[in-house]
Design a protein around this ligand. Sequence first.
Ligand code: NI
Length: 137
Amino acid sequence: MPRVTVTRRVRFNAAHRVHNPELSEAENTRLFGKCNNPNWHGHNYTLDVSVEGDVDQKTGYVWDLSQLKKIVEREIVDIVDHKNFNLDVPFMKGIIPTSENIITAFWKILAPQVNPGKLSRLVLWETENNYVEYTGK
Ligand code: NI
């Protein structure tokens, strides 16, 4: 049976400050530059959620993408959109909100929700030029 990967793209915007409270102000500035701005800054994020699975004989689908959209909106977008990752998002509490940390947190939430099939890849775009990718390893 052919295995196919299907992907749903969602968008949200959110604010953050990349800051490690265990380091001095000077060290934070040196490491994170503008991203350490105390009064936050925002991004228009794009998140690609990919699910791999068998093509169902009856439907011809791996997964109904409208179902996937509902899950991603409920579990991720509704929680983070127009929010501040440092202040407003419970699952990022105490975690430096870099794209790397955000994407692994998203994975932990989404992976158990995708069944049958499996979550195979997340791609999080912070800007047009910068993205991170995670496959659960
Ligand atoms: Ni930033």
